[in-house]
Design a protein around this ligand. Structure first.
Ligand code: MN
Length: 230
């Protein structure tokens, strides 16, 4: 066996540039919009909690492209979750909320694709979510928009449509935990570093897609992404 291979570092294009953003880790926030927490059977504001996807779960989608989203194995209930993605350009630990935005390199639109049936089973059994959340191509993402060009992301809306029918729409500021608060909490648990992506949670309206469906999602000022389930 030849181990003299460096595995290729996953990267995501940067909007308006030939450079690419190298992905170190993908953190995800659970239940960060009240109405989504309710549709998943929870109420009230709980402390933020996190799970991860492997860095090579990213599936970069170019503007104007309809990318192929492979339907994963072992599920009959593949769900879409449209999310604001935060890309870090500076790391650190125990970052104060007031300092957190200085660590943000840019933003993107992402999908936290979920094998919902396996997640429900894992919850019932008290098992980890890896198989439900961290599968291949489970993190479709637009090019990253540098923060200075992204406008006021907190004031934007995010949305997702399936076959032209809107299923999810919310203002970003409906998040239970804001981007600075998320970074503060994450950096208390892990040392953050440049290249980390944070999927910041999804609003209500998650649901299943099947082969042949076309998903389109977007955030004001950050663009849109389009995928066909294959
Ligand atoms: Mn999610």
């Amino acid at each position: 066996m030849n181990l003299a291979f460096p595995a290729a570092l996953p990267t995501v294009p940067v909007q308006g540039s030939d450079t690419r953003f190298p992905v170190r880790r993908i953190y995800c926030v659970g239940r960060n919009y009240a109405e989504h927490a309710q549709e998943m059977g929870h109420s009230g504001r709980e402390a933020p909690f996190f799970f991860m996807k492997p860095a090579d779960a990213v599936l970069p989608v170019a503007p104007g492209e309809t990318a192929a989203l492979p339907y994963p194995s072992q599920t009959q209930d593949l769900h879409h979750e449209v999310e604001l993605v935060v890309a870090l350009g500076r790391g650190g630990r125990d970052i104060a909320p007031a300092d957190a935005l200085a660590h943000v390199w840019g933003y993107a639109v992402g999908l936290d694709m979920t094998r919902r049936d396996l997640q429900a089973h894992a919850k019932k059994q008290g098992r980890p979510w890896c198989i439900a959340k961290g599968f291949d191509a489970s993190a479709p993402i637009t090019p990253i928009v540098p923060a200075a060009q992204a406008g006021d992301v907190q004031d934007a809306s995010l949305w997702l449509a399936v076959n032209g029918k809107e299923r999810q729409r919310s203002r970003i500021d409906a998040m239970l935990w804001s981007v600075p608060e998320i970074i503060a909490h994450l950096s208390a648990a892990w040392t953050l570093a440049p290249g980390d992506l944070i999927f910041t949670g999804t609003p209500a309206g998650v649901g299943a897609v099947v082969r042949g469906d076309v998903l389109e999602g977007g955030i004001d000022g950050l663009g849109t992404l389009r995928l066909a389930v294959s």
